[in-house]
Design a protein around this ligand. Structure first.
Ligand code: ADP
Length: 317
């Protein structure tokens, strides 16, 4: 096991920002810490980096305790939300920074910088000023800079959240590919479940300083451990499993769980309709309860039949 967190608690004064967290990251694995703002994700990441000291518990790398090892000796790469590039240096100057610290000689350094710029899709940008780059390009430079010294672990704190939505989706896909190509071991902090599921081999869900669930994205998505986690993962209605034909006590429904379909087994009355980016969202009354459903366009008051889409249904527990 490459990284091992053993019962980590981190306090700010009396308050525990992280409580008794244990988690491991295997060699070459990408794990996402996912949870709402304030749940302790960054604090945990900063503790791994050596920027915070745990009140109790241990951070280990290949079984060696890192308690006495300062940030710059941990051989971990760091990428933050706003890349924190050196504004007075060129792209190449930024990417070469860690290599210069390691006293890598010029020729090898230049070669490594060029190969990293290629990896992050910025060939030909070496001599640009970083102040002339877009937000997305700056984050690519930050990533190349962090990867340059071949860190044994990459720590990413909301690396894409300063970017606008379309760019974020694209960069998440690029970043996932890039982490795999470079066989990087990484811990990524994000509050965005799409981003976590795009990037990670396993997702650790945090709530109020604790990890409440860890698993592969598909498993966490389809079987959240409790109602709070299910709500965070997009479920907005909770019903007995029998409602959707499943032999489980309770399920959570996402907005896509019910679809208008003439062959559907349920029937309801349209109460409201909202146009979304690529579909129509309906509010439908079934047996005195309100449910969200996916269109096509219907008139308010219409009777519609509804089919269940199990991709939109999460089993709780
Ligand atoms: P997240 O990354 O999930 O948004 P953080 O780890 O930043 O959460 O914060 C966890 C909790 O610790 C929050 O309640 C936050 O207010 C508190 N916290 C974070 N940093 C500090 C600090 N330097 N001093 C005091 N409290 C802090």
């Amino acid at each position: 096991m490459a990284l091992e967190l053993d019962s980590i608690t981190v306090r700010y004064g009396q308050t525990a920002a992280v409580s008794d967290v244990s988690l491991s990251v295997a060699d070459g694995e990408v794990v996402a810490l996912l949870g709402p703002s304030g749940c302790g994700k960054s604090t945990l990441l900063r503790t791994v980096a050596g920027l915070e000291k745990p009140a109790s518990g241990a951070v280990r790398w290949d079984c060696a305790d890192l308690a006495g090892v300062p940030v710059h000796r941990r051989e971990f790469g760091l990428v933050f939300q706003d890349g924190q590039l050196f504004p007075h240096r060129t792209v190449a100057g930024n990417v070469a920074f860690g290599l210069r610290m390691q006293k890598v000689e010029r020729e090898a350094r230049d070669k490594r910088v060029l190969s990293l710029l290629e990896l992050v899709g910025l060939e030909g940008y070496a001599d640009r000023r970083v102040t002339q780059l877009s937000g997305g390009e700056q984050q690519r430079v930050a990533l190349a800079r962090a990867l340059a010294p071949s860190p044994r672990l990459l720590l990413l704190d909301e690396p894409l959240s300063a970017l606008d939505r379309a760019l974020r989706e694209q960069l998440a896909v690029d970043l996932a590919r890039l982490l795999r190509e470079a066989a990087t071991t990484a811990l990524v902090v994000t509050h965005d479940h799409d981003e976590a599921f795009t990037l990670a081999d396993r997702v650790a869900i945090m709530s109020r300083g604790r990890i409440v669930q860890v698993g592969p994205p598909a498993e966490v998505w389809s079987s959240p451990v409790d109602v709070e986690t299910a709500k965070f993962l997009g479920c907005n209605k909770f019903v007995p499993g029998s409602f959707v034909g499943l032999d489980v006590e309770r399920v959570g429904l996402r907005a896509t769980a019910l679809r208008v379909d003439p062959d559907g087994l349920m029937e309801g009355t349209v109460l409201e309709r909202v146009h979304r980016r690529d579909h129509v969202r309906l509010l439908v009354e079934i047996g005195g309860e309100e449910y969200e459903a996916v269109g096509p366009m219907s008139e308010i008051g219409d009777r519609v039949r509804l089919e269940i889409d199990l991709d939109g249904v999460a089993r709780i527990g």
